[in-house]
Design a protein around this ligand. Sequence first.
Ligand SMILES: CC(=O)N[C@@H](CC(=O)O)C(=O)NC[C@H](CC1(C(=O)N[C@@H](Cc2ccc(O)cc2)C(=O)O)CCCC1)C(=O)O
Ligand SMILES: [Zn+2]
Length: 633
Amino acid sequence: HLAGQARAESEQLEEDARNFLNELDARGSQECTEATMSNWKYASDITEEHREEKAAAQLKYAAWEKEAWGRVRKWNGKWETLSDPFLRRQFKFMSVLGTAALPKQDLEKYNNLVTEMSTIYSTAKVCQYKDPKSCKLELEPDLTRILRTSRDYGELEHVWKMWRYSSGRRIRDHYKLFVRLANKAAKLNGFDNMGEMWVYPYESETFRADLAELWEQLKPLYQQLHAYVRRKLREKYGERRISRRGPIPAHLMGNMWSQDWSEVNDLAVPFPGKASIDGYTPRRMFELSEEFFASLNLTRMPSEFWEHSIIEKPQGRDLVCHASAWDFCNGKDFRIKQCTDVTMSDLLTVHHEMGHIEYYLQYKHLPGVFRSGANPGDVPHAGGFHEAVGDVLALSVATPKHLQKIGLLQEVHDDQEEDINFLLKMALEKITFLPFGYLMDLWRWDVFSGKTHEDNWNCAWWDLRFKLQGIKPPVQRSEYDFDPGAKYHIPANVPYIRYFVSFVVQFQFHKALCMKAGEYDPLNPAKPLHKCDIYQSTDAGNLLGKMLQLGSSKEWPEAMEALTGGRRMDASVIREYFKPLENWLKKDNERHGEFVGWETDEVLCTSELPREEAKSEPSGGAAPALGLMLVAA
Ligand SMILES: CC(=O)N[C@@H](CC(=O)O)C(=O)NC[C@H](CC1(C(=O)N[C@@H](Cc2ccc(O)cc2)C(=O)O)CCCC1)C(=O)O
Ligand SMILES: [Zn+2]
């Protein structure tokens, strides 16, 4: 009798919990739709009116989060006893309130700081190198294009320096106040600092140790590539500017942040021969990407997507041009906003953004808390997988075989030369990103924890940039500068470790899908991993779809196991993919007697502070030179 009663009670509790969560979710989706619409209006048309509207909507959404959180708390001590893990996990996620825990005026200040920093970043302008009176150059497309195409050392240095002057330097003080409020919010959620709150969604005690281990496994390959590119750049720009054993000046890699070196492909690739997308339109690029998803039996874009997306830079207004994908939390409205340039790299970005949309479409039936990604609530979900989806498809699209199939590459010679050529292009995009993808949050975790003090922010940044990337600023930096602020994700307060995770796991996903598609066979040298193209494989698509449909309803090792059979981030797969290139680079570097690694005795960054900030002036002016940090490569 008692057992029967207990069972009846637990079933009643489960049913009440289900009803409670369903009601909360319905309301939450509505609130999310409203907040996301206001965010969208501001991001796509930066005006004072839209800014005020966005600020109000954010406060309204935070009030809702606080109400929901208050009601969830009433279930404490009960929800933990529920037998259905699906329900328990929803309560677990809803038990973390996020920055809505801040007192109202602190939250308003916090939100305004982030919006203000993003606006400064998105509207920053730079003057022409040859015409200091003409000051209308914008990051996209102007500065991006100059960094991609110019080989004029002086022009590149000007653009690199002035972008940081117009963006990062102007938000240094905002960021100081932001860090204090962020940490106050983290503490109100029971975390030591905001960095701890950011790693919480990875649900792993060993997460940061695992990342360090991955980087140790990937560093040797990165150093070989670094040594090779340094030689190619030295041959182009001369030994005086690029020394044989030193770090590479940061403004020469074809990218504003030296995070992707694929645009210096022409300088580095041993044998010329490039795909071209000339003649395409942004719309065609998006249709091409959608076609790939459909060929895998995944979902096509809904009509709202084509109706509401912004895929070309609108003229005559300020907007956030940094590409983004949006889920409006109503199962119908999904959009991309991208100032698309007709280039191969933007074709890959199109696939990346569409990968987000595909993920939204595949898990739209789930409760809101399991629809991970950048919903307005700021307890960020891990995101490592979200960032990998589009890039996985792009690994197939980028192969010469596929590019020829879709008419973007004329002739294809399936030989060793083309192999190295292709792998080098891929490494200049994927391997060069790894140290940057890692150091962005290494720096921020140290800032949030206080390990890096605000008087040393910029030199701590260049310490990491030197140690991990083997690069140096083209002109000496100081604490007047705030170079981290010149990278979108810092002013926009978007966590970044998700990209490092993605660049590792996307190769694990690629391998699993290629095996499923019969395109990769470890025992067949004619089917190496880097030649695989999963296009039109519905078997691979169905396997990927199954993982996507989980959203964050399962811990990520389980989602990974569903797709790859393994439960860990594993650097051996990306190294297997690049193995032929690694062997080639080692031989080529030996043949040229290249020094692998980097060292310098230059002072890359001085601790000189703006006068009003300098409390105790360090004795003797410049701080112990960062540059004296001989390489521990
Ligand atoms: C509403 C909202 O914010 N939505 C989220 C999505 C979500 O969370 O649901 C979102 O759209 N975030 C924007 C961000 C844009 C990009 C980015 O910032 N990339 C990184 C790193 C990188 C570089 C190369 C690469 O191949 C892949 C990644 C960089 O450029 O440094 C820029 C172009 C590529 C991706 C993105 O799509 O991740
Ligand atoms: Zn992304």
